[in-house]
Design a protein around this ligand. Structure first.
Ligand code: F6R
Length: 240
């Protein structure tokens, strides 16, 4: 796509089409800088009647350990602001991934059981971490991993300071939907924007499948589509 807005629009059209075709879809969606335009466009398409969100089932993709739902930095608060509330998605339609639970292992286990009970993800909308992470599946990643808590890498913590603000410590651990669930999704739409993602996108697409680049597993899944802007793709624009 030739610029960020066009990339966001294309991604929103793709996802709106998927949701129109399957109004009961089981989906996971990302936070971060990349999807901001996508959410704005998706909400606009929803207002125009492109799809019905009243029966969607949303599984939270990831969150920081220790961040409560009331914390505006939590990923739950973030998707509520950008996605759940604007689309009128009720909390009963959402399975949270609770980084604020005392027993994180149990929280992950219950999340996986709930996801299994609905037959897995139909659609995973994802961003690409600067180190190749998908969700918070940090390298080295295990493609068979269940939902789990993980230490965040120094690179990811540094990248996330912009969301917390100067002087506010970024949590050192996160919970994430496991690679096994993301790889099993029937459709994965990966949003990538900006020149700073170009090198890792190249490694995802052209490099060997490697635990060091978790996204490289995803790219080999039959359902994976990348929507990138020209700055990230560095070649003729397009949906890859
Ligand atoms: C966030 C998430 C992360 C981000 C990735 C890119 O829910 O799962 O994998 O998608 O860190 O973040 P941005 O878009 O801020 O560069």
């Amino acid at each position: 796509m030739d610029d960020y807005n066009a990339m966001s629009r294309r991604a929103a059209e793709l996802v709106a089409g998927e949701l129109h075709a399957n109004p009961e879809a089981v989906i996971a969606v990302p936070t971060g800088a990349t999807p901001q335009g996508f959410y704005a466009q998706l909400v606009a398409l929803h207002r125009q009647g492109a799809f019905d969100a009243s029966r969607l089932r949303v599984f939270q993709l990831d969150d920081y350990v220790g961040a409560s739902a009331d914390d505006p930095h939590s990923f739950y608060a973030w998707i509520k602001r950008d996605f759940l509330d604007p689309l009128g998605i009720a909390s009963a339609q959402v399975t949270r991934l609770r980084g604020d639970r005392a027993d994180i292992w149990r929280a992950c286990h219950e999340y996986d059981a709930a996801l299994r009970a609905v037959g897995g993800l139909d659609l995973a909308v994802l961003g690409l971490g600067g180190n190749g992470h998908i969700g918070f599946n940090e390298p080295p990643a295990d493609p068979t991993s269940a939902t789990h808590s993980t230490a965040l890498s120094a690179e990811t913590i540094a990248a996330h300071t912009r969301y917390w603000g100067e002087g506010i410590p970024v949590p050192s651990r996160a919970v994430t939907c496991g690679m096994a669930n993301l790889l099993a999704a029937r459709r994965q739409v990966v949003l990538v924007a900006g020149a700073e993602k170009r090198a890792i996108l190249r490694r995802m697409v052209d490099g060997p499948v490697s635990a060091q680049v978790p996204a490289s597993w995803l790219w080999r899944s039959a359902g994976c589509v990348i929507v990138a802007d020209a700055a990230a793709w560095g070649r003729a624009p397009g949906v890859i």
